[in-house]
Write a protein that binds this ligand. Structure first.
Ligand code: ATP
Length: 319
């Protein structure tokens, strides 16, 4: 008799940039209250989950060497969490997770969270789970605070630790240039540096988010450019002073505005349109201030199945 093995499922997942990242005071649980506006960008990772006799994780692409190919990988943790949630035997996971990274590792663009979100969608499809988006979002939030956003994509206002999301109305597509730094930055280290800087004398805090929400609804990149802001930027620049030069170089190359993305050290430059983004990218890559430059646009949708091989494949029976 032929055994039927479900086909592998590949999911494409976006990265994120925070257009506004307001960081409140340190809470008793060690987290900070955030008020943030995320936008999902077309710089993506692909994650494939397949039934396999040799379970485990493989990582390829951008920064693969610094991503754990172990049970600590966020994509693996997501698959495990979903199995437990669905009542499957999590200790007997016969799946292989293959990650193709385009999102820089430890770059402030939620790369690990993106892989977790993609793995949730892929595993739910592979196991044909009857699970709605809301339930999947609840599992996502147990993995990390950015996971629900990259699951949903678009543009959203996040509160709490960033995991409580409300969609934000935007008009038109915005065009970005991303400058990858030569190394990564640890998110906890950047928050720690912000606490230290605040204890010393408070770098100014971001104002209200409403003007930025209005700019997004207008679709005018010039208006949006003037309102981008990130409370973590002072801390990232304090830990990586060369970012000051990168931020200046992007604006000198013609970007409307530049910010550190999340906890950094990736810098994100908003451009007038797609052609301007290509010009800024070319000039910035010649300026020698960063490792690599990419163009991207947003908002884009969240984690989505892209494999079209949906028919179960018969396998040769064992002898
Ligand atoms: P954020 O923007 O959410 O703060 P980040 O983009 O700065 O995150 P990540 O790329 O998510 O950072 O990586 C943070 C750390 O998580 C890495 O140093 C890496 O060791 C670990 N990690 C675990 N799984 C993954 C994964 N699938 N992809 C990337 N990093 C992972």
């Amino acid at each position: 008799m032929l055994a039927v093995v479900p086909p592998p499922i590949t999911v494409r997942v976006p990265s994120k940039v925070n257009l506004h990242l307001g960081v409140g005071d340190l809470r008793d649980d060690g987290y900070h209250d955030l008020s943030t506006v995320f936008q999902a960008l077309s710089l993506t990772d692909d994650v494939t989950v397949a039934v396999a006799e040799d379970p485990g994780v493989e990582v390829h692409g951008e920064g693969a060497d610094s991503v754990p190919a172990t049970q600590d990988n966020l994509a693996w943790r997501a698959v495990r969490a979903l199995a437990e949630h669905a009542g499957l035997d999590a200790d007997d996971l016969k799946v292989r997770v293959v990650i193709n990274k385009g999102i820089p590792v430890a770059g402030g663009m939620a790369g690990g969270s993106a892989d977790a979100a993609a793995a949730l969608v892929a595993a739910a499809a592979l196991w044909r789970l009857d699970i709605g988006r809301e339930e999947l979002t609840a599992v996502a939030a147990t993995i990390g605070s950015d996971v629900p956003f990259v699951l949903h994509g678009g543009t959203a206002l996040g509160t709490g630790r960033g995991e409580r999301l409300v969609p934000v109305l935007t008009r038109h597509t915005f065009h970005w240039v991303l400058a990858f730094d030569r190394g990564g930055l640890s998110t906890p280290a950047v928050y720690g540096e912000l606490d230290r800087l605040r204890a010393e004398g408070d770098p100014p805090r971001l104002g209200a988010v409403e003007p930025l929400l209005e700019a997004l609804a207008s679709g005018d990149p010039r208006r949006l450019g003037g309102l981008l802001g990130n409370d973590l930027q002072a801390a990232s620049v304090s830990l990586r002073p060369a970012l000051r030069r990168t931020l200046r170089a992007g604006v000198e190359a013609g970007a409307l505005a530049g910010i550190v993305s999340g906890s950094g050290p990736t810098t994100a430059f908003l451009c007038e349109d797609a052609d301007a983004a290509l010009r800024v990218a070319a000039e910035l890559s010649g300026a020698g201030v960063c490792r690599t430059v990419r163009v991207a646009h947003g908002p884009v949708p969240g984690a989505k199945v892209v494999s079209d091989d949906t028919a179960p494949r018969p396998t040769t029976p064992p002898d």
